[in-house]
Design a protein around this ligand. Structure first.
Ligand code: PHE
Ligand code: ZN
Length: 868
């Protein structure tokens, strides 16, 4: 890493290896919420290629108590500390540095470094939080082995956890005790963690494929430990899956997971000690929905899988962030696909990609999967790094096939184990395993923007020639006006008039690999000869190419494609495209075709209920907005509602029939069939509730609910469609779960997403109530995040009241927790694409924030939002 240039940015091109290595770190903590003392003994060695450099260690908000080299205290004149870095000149060579500092966990509202959550003491270090704990080279390419000693009052902190394996415990005087941990794997400091407090656990011991006995523990507040069983099971499933699918074993004697109510992100993969936002751990059927269970399993897998993709092989610098995040999202999504329905998992990923990542790629904050500069790395934990990064890995997997990809992964892990790697290292391993030249593929990492594929077809009835032209275009993004073509795997199929697949291979200038063409140029042509009639073409099955496809098929062709295609993702997509046409172009034929196709699906007793449920979820606001030039949110949502109202009215009978048919199956616990039954019933309910002013059905489901999946969905319908029973149901729900912050977040989410501009008043009321807890990131997201992202109608209110609700909270939130504030500020990313008056409102709001946001996080984002 390197210091920022004069432009305030750290640049990828400036990378230099650390001048000093840290071979071993021995840390001792005297834990106390008001004053924790940290003693660090670091074994240092200069890089032989960079001799004579001063030792410069990061350190922020540390009270320096003493500095010693090789056991001799240094006078104040021998070092400097300016509040950001400790600097020592003239060190002879390899030596041992000992520092003592004092920190103040209870005053740490940023939740970065060592902080308190309730009565727990916890850490969060990624990306640059370790420097708030002690002096250190806070960069991922410095990887010591660790010994960590924790001391604290036994009564208040009976459990003391750190990275690695526990090696010793003893009682001390004055009611204190001590616990010692060793992490033998070279590990960067962003993966450092400790957790201390009154925790209880669920535990399970497993024997790994390599024969290691491992204790798996999930820790939580004793009152919550009964809700940790599902997460514990998910840890074991993840461990087994990584053994089977990637041949990767677990490498310590314990794997600890801790649930915390105050956590800025989702969860963190610290070596041997994952720390989680409680919402991704705590679950039982009475308090968590099926979606919560699946999210828990997937986040648990994500963090577990980081143990190889991120921890054993770590990052050279933060520009490589997607090397661990994109790769690990790819791995966790394969885990979920292998364990559950691959098609449903893919449909959900495509929804997120289209609704959120494409919008990011088209907005003010667009950036490549590997950015080439940053001002604040915390602002790069984005959908592009995670989801697009995973798509790029998926593209590689599709191009190489499972076996060659696996060989490339084996090679990557073998060549880079214990090292800090780059995306080049990753590609080199795959190039070697596959024998392919991946230099063009590497453009996926450096170019921002969503590729667009335009398909033009021509059928010559005289000759029977059917010619398809595929044009590829990547639009300009901030700082990147010109783009080069990418490598894209495009699956295709042709069907004849009877719906049978035409299997003849096309003539083409591109490489063909089975039913997939590899696009490498800005234009390719495919030609089939001697067809009897114009075929029905399908492109991009499985959404293997993460692109925007422009292919002007008629509603009749789309409807046929939904019938004849075998790929569920493609069938679902045909319905999405019909709905998009019906909403954005007010295309009556598209609406009719959609209605007919849905009627077929709803009466097809053989259809997978989970798939039908997905088909009942029409493109959301963000996805629709991404398809138009100037976004008028009110008009767009009116058109969407009109289509939904019509479909719900016309299809009421089959919707009700499906709803009734699955009543019993929906009560059968957590297996896939029961979840699918609940998904379909809730999807039917959401439509039926639109056209039933009495709210009778939702009320009955609320009153007789067997699970949170049923109860929550019913409450949401009552609230969103203004049913007479809504206030009483809300009060009962609120009362029943008042002591549970996670379930409280749920009703808040329903309230603030009521699709009515008057929801602004409800948000206002919440902000003035005792439910508003601005120091708790989950609560901020529940109130303001849900409002901003989940209530496009009220957030985009024409008078700017929705924008103001969020913007006016930002200065105070920024002073408390800059990362939480920055996320909300990022919610303005699409402002330039809004239609006239609303764009002016947004601009005024952003201009008004200038000078009122102090963190580097928010200042960076605000500048990018306004400059774009
Ligand atoms: N690395 C975490 C993950 O698994 C995310 C995270 C980033 C958590 C930064 C905390 C801080 O994706
Ligand atoms: Zn991750």
């Amino acid at each position: 890493m390197s210091p920022p240039r004069d432009d305030g940015h750290v640049h990828l091109a400036d990378y230099v290896p650390p001048a000093w290595r840290i071979l071993h770190a021995d840390l001792a903590f005297d834990l106390d919420p008001d004053a924790t003392e940290v003693r660090a003994r670091l074994v240092l060695e200069p890089d032989p290629d960079q001799p004579g450099q001063p030792l410069v260690l990061d350190g922020e908000e540390l009270t320096l108590l003493s500095v010693a080299i090789d056991g001799r205290g240094l006078d104040a004149g021998r070092y400097t500390y300016d509040g950001r870095a400790l600097r020592i000149e003239g060190l002879p060579g390899a030596c041992e540095l000992e520092t003592r500092v004092r920190i103040h966990p209870a005053g740490n509202t940023r939740l970065e470094g060592l902080y308190t959550s309730g009565r727990l003491l916890l850490t969060q270090c990624e990306a640059e939080g370790f420097r708030r704990i002690t002096f250190f080279a806070d960069r991922p390419d410095v990887m010591p082995r660790w010994r960590i000693t924790l001391r604290a009052a036994r009564e208040r902190y009976p459990v003391l956890l750190a990275n690695g394996n526990p090696v010793a415990r003893r009682e001390l005087d004055d009611g204190r005790h001590e616990s010692v941990w060793e992490n033998p794997h070279p590990t960067p400091c962003y993966l450092f963690a400790i957790a201390a407090g009154e925790l209880d656990r669920v535990t399970h011991s497993v024997r790994t494929a390599e024969g290691r006995q491992v204790e798996l523990n999930v820790w939580a507040d004793p009152a919550d430990v009964a809700r940790c069983e599902y997460a514990l099971g998910a840890v074991e499933r993840s461990l087994r899956w990584d053994e089977r699918r990637f041949g990767r074993g677990y490498d310590l004697d314990v794997f600890n997971v801790v649930a915390a109510q105050d956590f800025t992100m989702g969860a963190m993969e610290n070596k041997g000690l994952n720390i989680f936002n409680a919402r991704y751990i705590l679950a039982d059927e009475a308090t968590a929905t099926d979606a919560d269970f699946l999210a828990i399993e997937s986040v648990v897998a994500h963090e577990y899988l980081h143990n190889w993709s991120g921890n054993r092989v770590t990052l050279r610098d933060w520009f490589q962030l997607s090397l661990k995040e994109g790769l690990t999202v790819f791995r966790d999504s394969e885990f979920s696909a292998d364990l559950h329905s691959r098609a449903i998992k893919r449909i959900e990923a495509v929804r997120v990609l289209r609704g959120r990542q494409f919008a990011e790629d088209a907005g003010a904050l667009a950036h490549p999967v590997r950015p080439d500069r940053y001002r604040e790395i915390s602002n790069f934990y984005t959908l592009t790094i995670y989801e697009k990064g995973a798509e790029v890995i998926r593209v590689l997997h599709t191009l190489l096939g499972e076996d060659v990809f696996r060989a490339g992964m084996d090679r990557y892990f073998a060549d880079n184990d214990g090292r800090a790697a780059t995306l080049e290292d990753f590609l080199a391993a795959h190039a070697a395993a596959s024998g392919r030249d991946l230099s063009q593929f590497a453009r996926w990492f450096s170019q921002a923007g969503t590729p667009e594929l335009t398909i033009t077809e021509d059928f010559n009835a005289a000759t029977g020639d059917y010619t398809v032209t595929v044009d590829q275009h990547v639009p300009p993004t901030p700082g990147q006006p010109d783009k080069q073509p990418l490598v894209l795997p495009l699956r295709f199929a042709l069907y004849d008039a009877a719906g049978a697949a035409i299997t003849a291979a096309p003539e083409t200038d591109a490489a063909i690999n089975g039913a997939m063409v590899e696009l490498v140029a800005a234009r390719h042509a495919l030609r089939w000869r001697g067809l009897r009639a114009k075929p029905l073409a399908a492109f991009n099955q499985g959404f293997a190419a993460p692109v925007k496809l422009r292919f002007a098929q008629s509603p009749a062709e789309l409807a046929r494609s939904v019938r004849v295609e075998r790929d569920p993702v493609h069938r679902w997509d045909g319905l999405q495209r019909l709905a998009t046409r019906a909403i954005l172009s007010r295309d009556a034929d598209a609406a009719d075709a959609l209605e007919a196709a849905l009627a077929d699906l709803l009466t097809d007793a053989a259809a997978d209920p989970a798939f039908v449920a997905e088909c009942l979820v029409l493109p959301d606001f963000d996805t629709l907005a991404d398809a138009v030039d100037a976004v008028d949110p009110g008009a767009l949502l009116d058109a969407r509602d009109a289509l939904l109202d019509r479909l719900a009215r016309v299809l009421a009978a089959p919707l009700q029939a499906r709803y009734d048919a699955f009543a019993e199956a929906a009560g059968q616990g957590l297996d896939g069939a029961a979840m699918a039954a609940r998904a379909l019933r809730n999807a039917c309910l959401a439509w039926l509730a639109r056209v039933d002013a009495s709210g009778r059905l939702a009320q009955r489901q609320f009153d007789t609910a067997r699970s949170m999946t049923e109860r929550g969905a019913a409450l949401r319908c009552l609230l969103h469609f203004g049913a007479p029973g809504a206030p009483a149901a809300l009060a009962a729900f609120r009362e029943q779960f008042a002591a549970d912050p996670l379930v409280t977040d749920k009703w808040i989410g329903f309230v603030v997403t009521r699709p009515d501009i008057a929801a602004c008043d409800d948000v206002e009321a919440l902000l003035a109530s005792s439910w508003w807890k601005p120091a708790n990131p989950n609560r901020v997201r529940a109130v303001l995040g849900n409002f901003q992202r989940g209530n496009p109608r009220a957030f985009h209110r024409a008078d700017g009241a929705g924008f103001r609700l969020v913007a006016e909270r930002l200065p105070a939130l920024d002073a408390t927790n800059p990362q939480v504030a920055a996320r909300l500020l990022g919610g303005f990313e699409g402002w330039r694409r809004l239609a006239g008056p609303l764009r002016a409102q947004a601009r005024a709001i952003l201009d008004g924030l200038d000078g009122r946001l102090v963190s580097p996080d928010c200042r960076d984002l605000l500048a990018r939002l306004r400059d774009s």
